[in-house]
Design a protein around this ligand. Structure first.
Ligand code: BGC
Length: 249
């Protein structure tokens, strides 16, 4: 398989898809979006995926992100999605329901792959950590450009609870925190991650990456900190890259 691949980003509120050029990371179609059904069970997601694939056009391989640990296609956790996903071989399930080869990848890993290839992490070696701040906190860890999958640094324990319950972007909104207060929370979290991994670069992904000017000044770590560049395209592009690469392996 070569050429354009469909990437689908399965999010909490919306599921987005586009046909992606795996050479340039450009979207070759518009970004189609369908509201994610509730509950977003495996069965209820099939018609959503089918419609998005039809809109995005012709491609044999499809990559789908999921906000969970995924090992060899099997979903192992469900922190922010329906529990019915746990134990499902999502790659096999979608491949058979959608009648094509489907690769399933953790959402933060997908965003990280896209940023390393085409965005803020392009050409960066050493240890690079992408942290996506959204409903939860996702992480993608790279060593000389190679992904260590399913790192789940959002679930590190911080002050007796999951770090994502303290510093995710959703916490700022839910608790109506100022950017400064939230920025200090993010800072404490980044300092903890830095203490454990000593990365040379942090990339901040998720919707808040475009508001970096509001909180970047509160993040005081040794590593360089960059906002993600691909914004809301990262998941779709990374999903397509993961699908493409798995067919090359
Ligand atoms: C999940 C991760 C996911 C992150 C961002 C966390 O709660 O455990 O798998 O990457 O949220 O969606």
């Amino acid at each position: 398989m070569n050429g354009p691949t469909i990437g689908i980003d399965f999010g909490g509120t919306g599921t987005k898809a586009a046909l992606v050029s795996v050479d340039s990371g450009e979207l070759l179609t518009e970004r189609f979006r369908i509201p994610t059904p509730h509950p977003a069970t495996p069965e209820s997601m099939v018609p959503v995926m089918a419609e998005l694939i039809q809109s995005a056009g012709k491609s044999t391989a499809v990559g789908i992100t999921i906000p969970s640990v995924v090992q060899r296609g099997v979903v192992l956790t469900a922190a922010n999605i329906d529990d019915s996903w746990i134990g499902v071989d999502a790659a096999e399930f979608f491949s058979s329901e959608l009648d094509r080869q489907v690769v399933v990848v953790n959402d933060a890993d997908a965003a990280g792959i896209a940023e390393m290839r085409f965005g803020a992490g392009r050409g960066c070696d050493g240890v690079v950590i992408v942290l996506t701040l959204g409903t939860g906190i996702g992480s993608a860890v790279f060593v000389d450009g190679i992904l260590v999958p399913n790192t789940e640094l959002g679930h590190l324990e911080f002050r007796g609870a999951d770090a994502e319950k303290y510093a995710a972007a959703s916490v700022r909104v839910r608790k109506d925190l100022s950017w400064k207060k939230w920025g200090h929370r993010v800072n404490r979290y980044f300092q903890m991650v830095e203490e454990l991994f000593t990365p040379t670069l942090f990339i901040i992904g998720g919707g808040v990456s475009k508001k970096a000017h509001k909180y970047l000044k509160y993040i005081d770590v040794r590593a360089e900190v960059r906002p993600a560049m691909l914004r809301n395209k990262a998941g779709v592009v990374g999903a397509a890259m993961a699908a493409y690469e798995s067919t090359q392996a």
